[in-house]
Design a protein around this ligand. Structure first.
Ligand code: ATP
Ligand code: MG
Length: 397
């Protein structure tokens, strides 16, 4: 496992590496894995059968930039050749030509071959033995087989694979993600956690106006995001939004309902974040996807808060957001057809260029401040672990 950019971060480097190591240890605590830290890399030793599980978990740890699957052999040419052949046969596509080279490094200077001699010795045997079509190109090969001759063994591996990148979990302060049941906000959450933000979830629910399933959906989404945080654990705060929601439907000009609903959400999110010493708000807003996400709308909505707001997918195309949603396995949950408070009510003509003045006039038609404070007082917090089942009735829903 390699840390990549992390090693360039000067003063913070020690703390980053410490946090990352601690996450790695927690992640593999229940598997028979040996963890050895050597400067800018970590070697995990594990049983062959656990390979798939180990790879899956490596890809859940922010701050790891790349990794290689290393095969260890004795210092025996035949064993090296055989391992290399298996590696190439199992990892390269059939019926495809590749350019190829062997790259040997040696830390054991007493080994009977120099690096170049060893390459010259094994390369022809490997080329002859594999069932792949390989052509030697030492300058710009598509595939490099690395051989590291160490003091007591030899490491053999192909090129490194890309991991999550980003920064170790929780090194960057706290954020509050406005998590809907849609496709965008879980992706926004993942991208933020990946950069080292300690993220908690905030969901506005309007049962029985919206179905209880929509809360379950958000719980399922949270279990997926939890996988990227230490202990696979994440907090989900559920805001009882019904009274605000009903007041919006009863008192506010139809075309302004969505805009003002979003202003209410931001007000509640900001107050709750301040109360819990959370530094930033995060959401899945994306430019131009719907009327409530025009620049004019964003301006009017954001006007009610002073908190920094991060919108990780603001400039993404929907198809790119969906690609990420599939990788983090939230897509199939998000497309389940249960409405949340934003989708249950769709005004006939939502305003595209709302004004702050008109919002303020509409908001003065009812005592929304009291409703907001009441909602905040009644927020329920669920601690979600990736492998737990949550029984909502136990939480008073
Ligand atoms: P998403 O796919 O994330 O639902 P969307 O494209 O459907 O986004 P909207 O429904 O307008 O867009 O919501 C924009 C953002 O507002 C969401 O990404 C989310 O961050 C936040 N949001 C919307 N509804 C809720 C809710 N019920 N609880 C918490 N946050 C919400
Ligand atoms: Mg939505």
């Amino acid at each position: 496992i390699r840390f990549g950019d992390l090693m360039l971060k000067g003063k913070n480097q020690k703390m980053f590496v410490k946090k990352l190591l601690s996450h790695i240890k927690i992640k593999f605590a229940d598997l028979a894995v040996n963890i050895n830290n050597k400067h800018d890399q970590v070697i995990l030793e594990f049983k062959k059968d656990d390979l798939l599980e180990v790879e899956t978990r490596i890809l859940q740890i922010p701050g790891i930039h790349s990794y290689s699957i290393i095969h260890e052999t004795n210092k025996d040419i035949n064993e090296v050749v055989e391992t290399a052949i298996n590696l190439l046969n199992n990892n390269l596509e059939a019926n495809k030509d590749y350019t190829f080279k062997v790259e040997t490094k040696r830390s054991d200077k007493n080994f009977k071959y120099t690096s170049i001699e060893f390459t010259k010795e094994v390369a022809p045997l490997i080329l002859k033995g594999t069932n792949k079509n390989l052509k030697v190109d030492v300058k710009k090969p598509e595939v490099t087989l690395h051989i590291n001759i160490r003091f007591d063994s030899i490491y053999i591996y192909l090129d490194s694979k890309k991991a999550l990148g980003g920064f170790p979990a929780k090194v960057a302060g706290k954020g509050l993600l406005m998590l809907s049941g849609g496709i965008d906000s879980p992706v926004a959450g993942f991208l933020t956690i990946k950069q080292g933000v300690d993220l908690e979830m905030l969901h506005f629910e309007s049962t029985p106006l919206t179905p209880l399933e929509s809360i379950n959906k958000v719980i399922d989404l949270s279990t997926k995001l939890a996988l990227y945080l230490p202990h696979n654990k994440i907090k989900l705060h559920v805001v009882p939004f019904l009274k605000v929601h009903e007041a919006l439907l009863n008192y506010v000009d139809d075309s302004y309902i969505i805009t003002i609903m979003r202003r209410m959400m931001y007000r509640i999110a900001e107050k709750y974040a301040n109360k819990n010493k959370i530094d930033i708000l995060v959401n899945g807003e994306s430019l131009g996807q719907v009327a409530s996400q025009t620049l004019a709308s964003l301006k009017v909505v954001e006007n009610v808060t002073n908190m920094p707001i991060i919108r990780p997918v603001a400039t993404y195309d929907k198809s790119d957001i969906i690609d990420i949603a599939k990788v983090i396995d939230t897509f199939n949950i998000s497309i389940k057809p249960f409405s949340d408070c934003c989708s249950i009510y769709v005004p006939k003509r939502p305003v595209i260029s709302p004004t702050i003045e008109k919002c303020e006039v509409e908001e003065s038609k009812h005592d929304f401040d009291t409703l907001i404070n009441e909602a905040i007082e009644n927020i329920k917090t669920l601690v979600i672990k990736s492998d737990d089942k949550i029984d909502l009735s136990m939480h008073g829903f």
